[in-house]
Write a protein that binds this ligand. Sequence first.
Ligand code: GAR
Length: 212
Amino acid sequence: MPNMVVLISGSGSNLQRLIDTQDEHGMKISLVISNRADAYGLQRAKQHGINSKVLSHKDYSDRSTYDQALAQLIKSEQPDLVVLAGFMRILTPELVNQFLGRMINIHPSLLPKYPGLNTHARALEAGDEHHGCTVHFVIPKLDAGPNIAQARLRILASDNANSLQQRVHQLEHQLYPQVVAWFAQDKLQMNAEQSWLDGQPLKPQGRVFDYS
Ligand code: GAR
């Protein structure tokens, strides 16, 4: 069975979904890494007998030495895939370049819209009709790697940043296991900074699942 390492910083609800859908997507989670000792996702891993490690950025003098240690730890598992699931750190190009085409991230917006933080409030402020989440390959530039898939919903007049965050989170939980399954089945690749699915290049937005 191919294996993956999952990186978290917080609640780990996406991690939970990847644990619960392991039989469907077909990838074993060999290690969960958190940069925060208080991340609830660590409890989730423990409850399911999955190895976990805390690698605190506070124990390192700078980003570069932290990322070197992180890369070593990831590589010790020889993972087929590295999954960022709410890992709230900017990664150095030196780290990212070691996992090109094998590292994916989920982001709570329809990238290229709203990289970075506060995506739900920004979508509301802009008066957008749609919002959602994106899974993309990770490249050195933040939240800019080629999209693999998006799930989108229609913003309701009654939405606020909180309700939107919750609704998008539900979509994330559908989308991430699907993308991991494609990878496990060898259907998904990154070539020349473009995502390919089933031997075809994907459009810039990736495969879109429309829930609007
Ligand atoms: C998710 O909404 C994910 O998209 C976001 O963090 C949350 C983690 O939730 N990631 C980012 O904003 C990365 N830029 P979870 O811990 O419950 O999976």
